[in-house]
Write a protein that binds this ligand. Structure first.
Ligand SMILES: CC(C)(COP(=O)(O)OP(=O)(O)OC[C@H]1O[C@@H](n2cnc3c(N)ncnc32)[C@H](O)[C@@H]1OP(=O)(O)O)[C@@H](O)C(=O)NCCC(=O)NCCS
Length: 366
């Protein structure tokens, strides 16, 4: 089977879609591109990407869902809903641990997703970056070119939370575009004594604003690199989404008097099998708590579950409540679905472990 990409009645062209998701709209991923054909043409589409996320030494199998789209003439017939259902069935079959869907719609919450995880959105003015960066004059900042791919890999590999990427994927991602933005990605890499110390990947938006898509390496060098890049790109402030748990970066920014404007979820998330997920993250939880907490989850046929830790038990009626307990709930949510989750009823001991640090898509965005 070969791949032909069309635009399903949307404004963006097929070639933009390919550059937007080069890891997904490719022949190797063809079994993960799910379509509905009607009247002899593709009228609805959904893409899956399956891969691995490294979380503090634990590899979790992750499924990303995106590029969900129905031709305007074929909407409201349940096509996207069937594709989402089919995608979840495939991800279960493939033993995926958790799913990230870019977007917040009841389409996704019906499938078991909830907006969970916390990303703080900072808006950093250039003069704040300048103040933070003044003592770092010996840092050399250069624009990314293909011969620097191994430097990016070296830096990314040091991150406690990251996707598994091949060298080829890294090269593809470094050249990708983000649909909402006008320009391609720009990546700056910093060096000290000829060793890579940080990188920052940025996209420039319609209103001359910059958004950080991904960063890695020394946090203070990240800020200096960001300062140099934003001067070159002639912007006045940078939108800097920082995941819950990156306290070093948060402390550097808050020490300069900044506060996040909002916090939002990185995606709509679903933990597919809470008992298996709990088993997988137990080493992280026990290491963090410093004791054997006997953390485990028992699931029931009606979808309810019990979470055990330190001999205490939290009973949750909805698996979405478990996803919320583990990843946390941001201040701002876009899909007002009600989840039965009362944080105050959770035993205090659990709050030492949850929420776990959040993660962002970075260049793997789908
Ligand atoms: C969002 C989008 C993919 C939905 O596609 P769709 O095929 O119309 O979706 P469905 O028909 O399955 O569901 C649409 C709505 O119709 C309702 N619906 C589903 N089947 C129905 C039926 N047989 N009769 C009447 N209504 C129905 C659903 O409740 C759903 O609403 P909800 O998800 O808000 O609860 C489509 O509008 C689209 O392509 N938008 C532009 C791209 C986009 O925004 N993509 C999503 C990015 S997050």
């Amino acid at each position: 089977m070969s791949l032909r990409v069309g635009s399903l009645g949307l404004k963006s062209t097929a070639s933009t879609w390919i550059r937007f998701s080069p890891h997904v709209l490719c022949e190797e991923n063809i079994e993960n591109l799910r379509v509905i054909v009607s009247d002899g043409k593709v009228v609805s589409h959904l893409a899956i990407w399956e891969g691995w996320l490294h979380f503090y030494g634990i590899w979790l199998k992750v499924g990303l869902i995106g590029c969900v789209c129905t031709h305007p003439d074929y909407r409201m017939k349940g096509y996207a809903s069937s594709l989402v259902k089919d995608a979840f069935a495939k991800l279960y079959r493939d033993h995926v641990d958790f799913v990230m869907v870019s977007g917040a719609r009841s389409l996704y919450s019906r499938a078991g997703c909830v907006e969970a995880g916390i990303i703080y959105n900072y808006y950093v003015p250039l003069n704040t970056l300048k103040d933070l960066a003044t003592s770092l004059d010996e840092l050399k900042v250069e624009s990314y070119s293909e011969d620097k791919t191994s430097d990016l890999i070296e830096l990314y590999q040091r991150e406690p939370i990251r996707f598994r990427r091949s060298f080829e994927e890294f090269k593809l991602f470094a050249d990708r575009v983000f649909l909402a933005e006008v320009e391609a990605l720009s990546i700056s890499v910093s060096y000290r004594m000829n060793k890579p110390t940080s990188y920052v990947a940025l996209v420039k938006g319609f209103f001359n604003n910059l958004t950080v898509v991904e960063y890695a390496g020394s946090r203070i060098d990240v800020l200096k690199t960001l300062y140099d890049a934003s001067k070159d790109l002639k912007v006045e402030y940078v939108r800097f989404p920082i995941p819950y748990g990156d306290w070093e970066l948060i402390i550097l920014l808050e020490g300069s008097g900044l506060k996040p404007k909002i916090s939002q979820a990185p995606a709509s998330l679903a933990i597919l099998n809470p008992a298996i997920f709990a088993n997988k993250i137990r080493p992280y939880i026990e290491e963090r708590l410093g004791v054997k907490a006997n953390f485990k989850v028992v699931t029931h046929n009606d979808g309810g579950l019990e979470v055990y830790m330190f001999g205490e038990c939290a009973r949750l009626r909805d698996p979405k409540a478990f996803t919320t307990l583990v990843f946390g709930r941001p201040e701002t949510v876009h899909n007002q679905d009600t989840i039965e989750f009362d944080y105050t009823s959770i035993p205090k001991a659990f709050r030492k472990a949850f929420p776990i640090p959040s993660f962002n898509y970075g260049l793997n965005y789908l």
